[in-house]
Write a protein that binds this ligand. Structure first.
Ligand code: CA
Length: 546
């Protein structure tokens, strides 16, 4: 819990210490504080100008002394650091990552929290029991080769068909770089393939799967969707010849199909000319639009939320304001019976002992160790380690290294027991708090959380990023009031009020919870939805390309 050492007026020096043991605090004032500023209490006078979000030494630190933030060593002083100094990354030696042996396994047994009952939202109930927060036609692509054609067709679908189906929110082409020119039989190829399969089955797409294929690619439609992966209602699809006995279209029109899958194959002999391909896509899309248009929102319990939490463009406030508020909200969601995923392996690696301790069982803890060990080996193969994560912007924002960043990132997971672990690209099947192992890359993490079945995304940022995803609403939370003011039409919630001293972590956590229910219900659009700011899907492919 942050201890605010002084409260506004705005001009008064304001520093924030996260833990009673900490020997540094961060400067909260907009624009930082000049040298000579006396901190509240008068014992510490700044020797240097300290930028906003950066650390100041509260005591004299000897050479080799541990610099403590969040109550843990984020580094050791390379030289003596007098009290009042600006403590930046060049003064610190980063600690080694903790080994993955002898970790505390499922040792923390938190007090069970009372269930949070009575909260609902308006969502789209799917035949498989999942619930969507939006009603979107997704067009899956087996390979990048078809992206241009699909994009052309989607523009026409939006202009010509979508107005006829007013209950459908959008049409989204699931474009990606995979599908051919890849070592598709490599063991790790399972990750991009199942990711794409599971994204196609995201609850916001209503179980309607439509595929555009080239024909000669390595990722054939039947490999992407083995017969047991295809949703039932898709067998009703028309316009293709499949074993379900769907009649052929009259007039010898182009058709193709893999099993019961609704597929438009561009290399099909019957396609003569580009427009023939486009017409096929439009015709098949309309069948799905008809069914999607019949979907209606119904009142469902908050337990149907599947929330992915993530941060990007982090600064030293991320771990003080926005991420703790998200963590508080995570606990609320778990109490409401919902599903919450936290991810970003390189940003939680330094907190592994906290995480394994919070696992509900030794098996869950062991699964976390398995994922971290896999990622350590993946990074080692590229001759780097988790310290490759931090960016110039992170450092400018006051984060000295990955240890400090990780301690601030991990608080998004709140305090609930961790009851489930997912490997990259797997589909979530359990409620409660899940560690979904993903890279920290915003687009890859978001893509993998979509595959897991996320129907709502929460994204915190300190430096500022206009991040958004087409398939799912993204609620963006600013860590600082200055960012929230400047990016007033991009940020959905300001957690900077926590550093300003005008709101508590609990206040912002509850505000986020209510905002989630409004956004999930379609009563509110996020700014990224309003401006249609959509980042690319990026499949995580740890396997070789050819
Ligand atoms: Ca991220």
């Amino acid at each position: 819990m942050p201890e605010t050492l002084a409260s506004p007026p705005a001009a008064a020096p304001l520093t924030i210490r996260m833990h009673a043991a900490d020997n540094v605090a961060i400067v909260a004032n907009d624009g930082g504080l000049p040298a000579g500023t006396a901190l509240p209490g008068g014992a510490v006078v700044l020797r240097d100008r300290v930028p906003q979000g950066h650390k100041v030494a509260l005591v004299d630190l000897a050479r080799g002394a541990a610099v403590l933030r969040y109550g843990v060593p984020i580094g050791h002083a390379l030289d003596p650091i007098p009290a009042g100094s600006w403590v930046h990354e060049r003064l610190l030696q980063m600690p080694e990552a903790r080994g993955l042996e002898n970790l505390p396994m499922a040792t923390v047994k938190p007090e069970p929290q009372p269930p949070l009952e009575g909260y609902t939202f308006e969502g789209y109930r799917n035949p498989d029991g999942s619930v969507g927060t939006r009603n979107i036609l997704a067009i899956t692509q087996t390979v990048q080769c078809v992206a241009g054609v699909t994009d052309f067709a989607v523009k026409r679908i939006k202009a010509e068909l979508l107005p006829k189906y007013p209950h459908v929110d959008d049409v989204v082409a699931l474009e990606h770089g995979y599908g051919c020119g890849v070592a598709i039989d490599a063991p790790d190829a399972v990750i991009p393939i199942r990711t794409l399969r599971h994204i196609s089955l995201n609850p916001n797409f209503g179980g309607e799967v439509m595929v555009v294929s080239l024909g000669c690619e390595k990722l054939q439609p039947e490999r992407l969707f083995p017969s047991d992966a295809i949703p039932i209602q898709n067998a009703r699809g028309t316009g293709f010849a499949g074993p379900q006995g769907v009649p052929p279209l009259p007039g010898g029109e182009p058709r193709s199909g893999a099993g019961g899958l609704d597929t438009v194959c561009l290399q099909d002999d019957a396609h003569v000319g580009f427009m023939s391909m486009v017409e096929s896509i439009l015709r098949q899309a309309e069948e799905h639009l008809k069914r999607l248009n019949a979907r209606q929102r119904v009142t469902v319990p908050a337990s149907e939320l599947v929330v992915g939490v993530q941060c990007g463009g982090s600064d030293a406030f991320s771990g003080v304001t926005a991420n703790p508020a998200v963590g508080f909200c995570t606990d609320l969601l778990v109490r409401a019976g919902a599903s919450v995923m936290f991810s970003e392996t390189t940003e939680v690696r330094d907190g592994i002992a906290q995480l394994t301790a919070r696992a509900t069982t030794p098996e869950v803890a062991q699964a976390m160790v398995r994922e971290m060990a896999w990622y350590d080996a993946y990074l080692k193969r590229g001759s780097v380690d988790r310290s490759a994560n931090t960016t110039p912007g992170n450092k400018k924002g006051g984060l000295s290294n990955i240890v400090e960043k990780a301690m601030g990132s991990i608080v998004k997971s709140g305090s609930a027991p961790i009851s489930n672990v997912l490997s990259p690209g797997e589909k979530l099947k359990a409620k409660g708090l899940t560690y979904a192992a993903t890279p920290a890359s915003d687009f890859i993490c978001g893509t993998l959380q979509l595959a897991a079945g996320m129907n709502l995304h929460v994204f915190t940022t300190g430096r500022g990023t206009p991040y958004g995803l087409a398939p799912v609403p993204v609620i963006k939370v600013a860590t600082r009031s200055d960012l929230a003011r400047r990016w007033h039409d991009l940020m959905d919630l300001n957690a900077g009020t926590i550093a300003d001293g005008t709101a508590s972590i609990e206040d912002v956590g509850w505000a986020l919870f209510h905002l989630m229910l409004d956004v999930a219900s379609g009563r509110r659009q996020t700014w990224a939805e309003r401006w249609k700011l959509h980042n690319a899907l990026v499949l995580f492919n740890p396997a070789p390309v050819t």
